[in-house]
Structures are given as C-alpha cells and as structure tokens.
Design a protein around this ligand. Structure first.
Ligand SMILES: Cc1cc2nc3c(=O)[nH]c(=O)nc-3n(C[C@H](O)[C@H](O)[C@H](O)COP(=O)(O)OP(=O)(O)OC[C@H]3O[C@@H](n4cnc5c(N)ncnc54)[C@H](O)[C@@H]3O)c2cc1C
Length: 468
C-alpha cells in the first residue's frame, strides 16, 4: 500500500493505486516551471494551458500531487478570501460589490471546470452555516459580524441570519443560538479534486515530475538533487512549505490544522443532525472549527491548530490521543449523540499564513516570478482564483482578475510583509491562542460572572488586534 494513502481519509478513499509519476532525471528548458502539485500549481498550469496551449509547462513536486494541504483539507470550497473586508476597504461601493461578486462566483467557476473536464470530487453547493452553538455571546458577535458584512454592501442574498428554528431546518446542534447562512460555499472531496486536476493538466501536455524536491531556486532556474530546470517563469506554489525554499519562508509561515473523521453514520443519526444538502458548518469562535458531512455520510470535523517554534514544518500527522480526544470533545458538545462514535481517521497538514493574514498574488515580470498564497486555511477556493490570476498576469491579459486589491502586479516578493523574528512569533502565537482558549472556556461556563466574561472577551479581542 502506498504511504501516501495514509495522508488523510480523502487520499485513503481514492480509487487509484497512487503510483508516483516519474521523477525529474534530466535537465529541462521550459516556459513555466511550477514548484508544487497542489491546487495553486495545478490551477495555474490549467488556466495557462487553456489560454496558451503552446506553452511548455513543467510541475516539479517533492512527493505526489495532493501530498500537501490540497490532499488533506476540510473540503470547504469558499467563495471568499481571508481578510477580504480589509482588502476591499479602500474601494468604491460599486468596485467592492464587483469584487465580492467575483469572489462569490469561485465555486461556480470550479464547478464549470469539473463538468468540462469530467472531474468527480463530490461537489455539492449547499452553502455554509456559521453557528452560535456553544455560548450566548456567540450570537452577539455573529450578529455584529452580519451587520459589518451588510455595511460593506452585502445583502441577505449573500449572508442572512437564521434564528434557532430556521437553523434547525438545516442543522440540529445541542445549544442553538442562531447562525449566519452563506450560500456561496460548496463542499468537496479534496483529494479527488487535486488528483483529478493533476490528471487533467497532464492530459493537456503539462509535464508533472514527482518525488523531486526542489532544493534551490532563483529567477530563471531551479534545481533538484538530480537535475536542473531553466525557465522564463518560476511559480513557487508550495504554500505551507515555503520555509523549505528561502526567502519565501520569511513571508509565509507554516501553521498546522488537525481533523478527524467518524465512521459513516446511519441515516437515522443524520436525520437527527441534518446537513442533507452538502452544507459546510462551523462554530463561531475566535478559534477555528470547520465541518461537513462527507458524501459517504461521515462527520468530518476540523478544529484548532498549532505553530512550531521557528516555523518548523510538522512532518508527523499521526495525531496523539489527546489531539483526537479534544476534537471529539468539541464535536460532542455540538452533537452529544456522537460522543462515543468511532473515529476512523485523524490527520492534519501544514498551511501557509502571511503576516497580514490575507492572501497575495503577485507577478515580478523582471525576474519572471509569479506567486499566489497566504490563504491562511481558506485556500481551496482562493487557489482557483490564484491560478486564474497568475495565468492572466503571466500572459499580460488585462482582465478584472489582475486589477483586484490582493494583486501586486509588478511587485517583487520583497513587497510582502515579513514575519517578525523568533522568539517574537512563537511568544505572540501562544499568547494570542491562550487568550482565545481562555475566552472560550470562560464563556462556555454558564456560572461565570458577567464581568469575567466581559474581561475574557476584551482580552481576546485586544490580542486578536495584533494579528492584522
Ligand atoms: C488540515 C487542513 C484543513 C484545511 N481546510 C480547508 C478548508 O476546508 N477550506 C479551505 O479553503 N482551505 C482549507 N485548508 C487550506 C487549503 O487546503 C490550502 O490553502 C490549499 O490546499 C493550498 O494549496 P497549495 O497548492 O497552495 O499548497 P499545497 O496543497 O500544500 O501544495 C504544495 C505542494 O508543494 C509540494 N512541495 C513542498 N515543498 C516542495 C519543494 N521544495 N519542491 C517541490 N515541491 C514541494 C508539497 O509536497 C505539496 O504537494 C486546509 C488546510 C489544512 C492543512
């Protein structure tokens, strides 16, 4: 059995042998060399090849297509970007609306490609439910968040309030206080998407080399242990692995996200819980949770993360008992009937976080470098936008995509904001997370005095301010 099968439930479910494509053994001369066969690299190759079939494109992958976050994620395909409120703040109301429409259409664009290319990845556009489901303050912050969204020109068609009864028509949690429903979100089987994309671009003539870690790169060339590639364009598409190729790690740090999957649950259990249209759901806290009901009726539940000193990559994602049980506890609070259910898969992955907690797409024409990343745990949809945008930038197409505020058209990578040196990052991360955990624990205890609740939220809000 291939070791890649153990990466995640999703890779385990693939109906293929996971045999590696050939490694890079001989020097190459190409038009575009892409480092990394995850969504970003593959979408970039796809749109480039569609627009300019004559381009000679090679993808050099350290392991296999989908080894990274693209084969491990929670399967939320979102029509938005992390930090979009800050990114769009300077635009006129009309421009802002146009940018929101562009973002909201990401899942539809992906669906069009899936149909055109015959990629089956269990795509279901059921929207997302952001739930107040643990303590009453979540309702207040969710309602405030909805007001902020509407103040930016978004409407009920984009984000709308669901009271507990309306929420119960879609999802039954133990303590429902209300939810925001957002329709522009689909759920997918992530590994089927990344492997389907790899097959598609390979059929279009893109050369994919696997088991070929890039050890050095600079403008115009890259090297593995066995061969070199010369190329007009280099596209490093290694998101959470940026620390492996300096200087990219200065701008994008690896953080870890961990997920568990239950055994397939009975239809009687799902009748109690809901989620019968492929909806994604999360619990609205400063700490991340994300879930979906998989096409084969498992609960997929991801929560919380990690950061290792000096931005070290986590290599071993055999979760400890404590890591698994924390996630069981968290979903058990939402769905008490699942407290003792069997967890069949537990895994995680490294994802890329930029210093300003918002994505970037850039094109350094003079040096022939194009880059898209910093998705911060929201890269399934964003990487499709990134691939389309990099293709237009490289081909000098004057489209709406290249005029968005997340695009730095002529910026070198040094235009990005660098992370602070250690130990500042590690201390900062831990202080912020501790304040978030303290807030959640304080507010989840109904016996906590009101002043303590307020204090815990104020401290966590203050700490959150350091992230931007
Ligand atoms: C556990 C988890 C859950 C997530 N859930 C969601 C979600 O539900 N929704 C969402 O929108 N986002 C989610 N994300 C984030 C999302 O998965 C990523 O943002 C996205 O997959 C990034 O794609 P990518 O192609 O840029 O990077 P990756 O998929 O990480 O691909 C990078 C590739 O580069 C290769 N590589 C690394 N170093 C080298 C090298 N030196 N030489 C050659 N190749 C190299 C790696 O092997 C890898 O295949 C999640 C991430 C994780 C880890």
């Amino acid at each position: 059995m291939s070791a890649w099968r153990t990466i995640s439930l999703w890779m385990d479910q693939l109906d293929e042998t996971l045999t590696a494509r050939p490694a890079l053994e001989q020097d190459l001369d190409v038009d575009v060399a892409i480092i990394g066969a995850g969504y970003t690299g593959l979408w970039t190759a796809y749109y480039l090849k569609k627009l300019a079939p004559g381009l000679d494109i090679a993808i050099i992958e350290a392991q296999t297509a989908g080894f990274g976050a693209s084969g491990r994620n929670g399967g939320w395909l979102m029509g938005n970007l992390l930090g979009e409120d800050r990114l769009l703040a300077g635009l006129s109301p009309q421009q802002r609306r146009a940018s929101f429409d562009l973002l909201h259409s990401i899942p539809d664009e992906v669906e069009i490609v899936l149909e055109r290319e015959g990629i089956d990845c269990d795509y279901r556009k059921g929207g997302a439910l952001y739930c107040a489901a643990r303590y009453p303050e979540q309702e207040t912050s969710l309602r405030r968040y909805l007001d902020e969204l509407h103040a930016q020109g978004l409407t009920d068609d984009d984000y709308r309030w669901l009271n507990p009864e309306q929420l119960a028509q879609q999802l039954r949690v133990a303590k429902p206080y209300g939810a925001i429903y957002a329709p522009h979100v689909a759920t997918i089987q992530p590994a089927k998407l990344v492997r389907g994309l790899a097959r598609t671009v390979a059929n279009m003539g893109v050369k994919i080399y696997e088991n070929s870690p890039v050890t050095h790169w600079r403008a115009g060339s890259l090297r593995t242990d066995r061969a070199s590639v010369r190329s007009r364009w280099i596209v490093p598409a290694i998101e959470g692995y940026s620390v492996t190729l300096p200087p990219l790690g200065r701008y994008q740090l690896p953080v870890q996200s961990l997920i568990v999957a239950t055994e397939p649950l009975s239809s009687a259990t799902w009748d109690e819980i809901g989620l019968n249209r492929g909806q994604a759901f999360s619990e609205f806290s400063r700490q991340v949770t994300y879930g979906q009901r998989s096409a084969d009726n498992r609960l997929i539940f991801g929560a919380r993360g990690g950061y290792q000193f000096a931005g070290k990559l986590r290599q071993n994602f055999d979760l400890t008992r404590d890591e698994v049980e924390l996630r069981r506890y968290l979903f058990g609070e939402l769905f008490p009937q699942l407290k003792n259910v069997q967890i069949t898969h537990a895994w995680g992955g490294n994802l890329g976080m930029s210093r300003h907690f918002k994505p970037h797409m850039l094109c350094d024409r003079a040096n022939g470098i194009a880059l898209s990343g910093g998705y911060g745990g929201e890269g399934v949809g964003a990487s499709n936008l990134g691939g389309r945008t990099l293709a237009d930038l490289i081909l000098e197409r004057d489209t709406d995509l290249v005029r968005q505020p997340w695009v730095l058209p002529d910026g070198g990578i040094h235009a990005l904001r660098a992370w602070e040196p250690e130990p500042c990052r590690w201390l900062g991360y831990n202080a912020i997370i501790k304040s978030f955990v303290h807030e959640d624990q304080t507010l989840a205890n109904p016996a906590t005095a009101p002043w303590r609740r307020k204090l815990a939220s104020s401290v966590a809000g203050f700490m959150e301010g350091f992230m931007h």
